[in-house]
Design a protein. Structure first.
Lengths: 231, 231, 231, 231
């Protein structure tokens, strides 16, 4: 079942390696079929080079395994929370990519300090609050999803396709699983740029909202004029 | 038309990838034929691996497409401003290479802190002023060119073949499109060196004008003695 | 003798290169056969590309060579101290990997600032005290092992499979020689993350003990649920 | 003439590229035949991939070309000063490798902060004084050699096979041209380690002279016990 989606999610997970976003098996990507409300996700702890479409795991929105021999990613419950809340998204990803994780560990969002950031993220990339002890105890992965949703209140997830989970690392998403990986690549790049910019001058302010608009809307929405028209 | 120039500009764009100056499609190179006042430029949003000479776009100095099926780079208007103002240059490039972009985001020029810098750039690499809201609204890319030209007032563009656009990233240029890429490589390297030097000691002054002269003129101008004589 | 262990230790040493943990020959891995109390270790100063199972050196717990044409690693005495003290471990490694060595040179342990750290190391990765002059004079390598053991007092070595030797660099260990390398890879990654996190905000505190427990025990011990069940 | 030395020096120059010490043609290695007082050196401005033994240039100690179609490196005069002064050395190298150049640009020597440093350099790696204007005017490259020699007063060049030229970059040397490259690799590594160590704690002191002795003499001199005995 879902063979095309499995192929796409397989490729998305392999891209994590290609783009140097992962050490060992520290990252997972999923995709959803909205008609059937089923998601395809990486199996837990399996090296990217050993992944095949057959090894992908299908789960429903309750987190029950529908197909597959292997356990799904230990972060599956977090993915599910995001799919349930954000109807616009078709893919979710999680990595420990070093620059994004650095910001997550520091507990700070990533300010929009340049047009590279504005081309993809419509404002500061948020960082969740620190999880309280009682929230860690039960349903930890599900609660991680809740923290993300709380922080995203009032933000269109396609305008801000990334978040930092405090003390942990980034989650990204997009229209599909491949876009979730692309946003993880760009997140890593802007996290790096913001880090070094702040080292030169820690008081550097974010770019103006006018410049943020110009660049984000040059690439997104109906008046976009970057790239080639596609039918 | 312009088949040789297309081949050169194709190669120049491919070098962006080879020298690790670009993520995805975040960079573009162009070259000009001064006799015909036509420029060849990368199509917008096309991956470097998929580029061919046929896909290159030919535009005139008004920005009108003269040949090509694809849209030219969204930065074309900036390139054109530079060609119109700087008669000495034959190629222009733009990237979001990380070290140069870091300096651009910080709003600071890159001081000449060593001979590596002096071998290619005859003084501090300038950074443009922050664009005002009203300047962003219309003809943004053209106005970016204007900001560069304002900042370059009184500077020979072949003595300073790079600039940082504030909040954005670098533009470079040279005698031809290949030189524009080479200058982008060196810019990235000296941006890195300057960053780390300042981290060791933020009060490090620029090198003396005598040493700047010695190194720049050892490689440029009629008394140059670096490399091999070419006829 | 010990042909299987030689193959494993050979592979472990080759992984040092694959994972970019070593310059020239600056790292060595060993493994132990607990039934025979013999260890297999890299020969001193031999490039990784020239290693073969035949070149591996077998020594007993007194440090006497039992088999092999070449001298064992100059750090052999340190390895032996660890095997004699920590009955749980089956492999030991030493590198000068840059991020871990940076922390070792600074004389500071690596605080647990995120879940990446907590997935592998159950608390702050310790750093030994500075060696005194009289301790350097004789049996230097053996004394290095003693310093490590002193610092590990009361800590289960499988809960903390890495340490920093002050002014020098890291030692890691694990259930076998391959695990010792894997822990060296993760050590390098968390050393890097902790460095940059502290640069953003030097006052960043360690994660809560609850979160540390959650992540370490999610991957280790009888209630682990990361990865696939293995029989 | 000097075919074996040409082969060695060719290889040494190619190693600069392999070890990522050079951008474009920013580095050169030479070797000397002490019996004939002739040196073989890289031609100026030729890419490493295009080098052949035939293209190597032979010069005498006065800097006169004895064989070769191409111009020798523009740094030849500096190499010659070092060969004339340091009878123990057989190879010299110069690069703009980024970490060593960073320290050179800051005008600081590299303190011995760990055993990695002590394994190769017997104390702080010195940095020359800033060149005065009148010294830059004439025989600049020869005077660069003089500055190095002044700074090395009283130091055995084989105990300290590297120096930083202020505002410029490193020179290294060794028993032969291959060793000069190896010392450039290690210099780059210890420059990086020292930079980051100082970022963690700028007051980190050098290691004790006892530890410096232990590590340097473990690898050098008649009581060395690292590696394999060679006849």
């Amino acid at each position: 079942m879902l063979e095309l989606l499995k192929q796409e999610v397989l490729k998305a997970n392999q891209l994590l390696k290609k783009y140097n976003l992962v050490t060992f098996t520290w990252g997972n990507i999923s995709g959803i079929n909205r008609k059937r409300n089923l998601i395809v996700i990486k199996p837990s702890g399996v090296p990217y080079a050993e992944l095949t479409a057959d090894k992908m795991v299908v789960v429903n929105l309750k987190g029950e395994k529908v197909e597959g021999d292997l356990n799904p990613s230990s972060d599956t419950a977090t993915h599910l929370e995001l799919y349930k809340k954000f109807a616009q998204i078709g893919g979710v990803g999680h990595t420990h990519s070093p620059w994004a994780t650095t910001w997550a560990q520091s507990g700070n969002g990533i300010p929009a300090l340049g047009t590279t950031h504005a081309d993809y993220f419509y404002g500061e990339i948020p960082c969740t609050k620190i999880m309280e002890d009682k929230e860690i105890a039960n349903d930890y992965e599900e609660f991680t999803g809740q923290l993300i949703i709380d922080k995203m209140q009032g933000i269109d997830p396609l305008n801000m396709p990334a978040i930092l989970v405090n003390n942990h690392g980034p989650f990204t998403w997009g229209e599909n699983s491949i876009k979730a990986v692309e946003n993880a690549v760009v997140l890593e790049e802007v996290a790096r740029l913001a880090f070094y910019t702040k080292q030169i001058d820690n008081t550097t302010p974010p770019i103006s909202s006018k410049l943020l608009d110009k660049h984000f809307l040059r690439k997104h929405g109906e008046n976009a004029y970057y790239g080639q028209k596609t039918d």
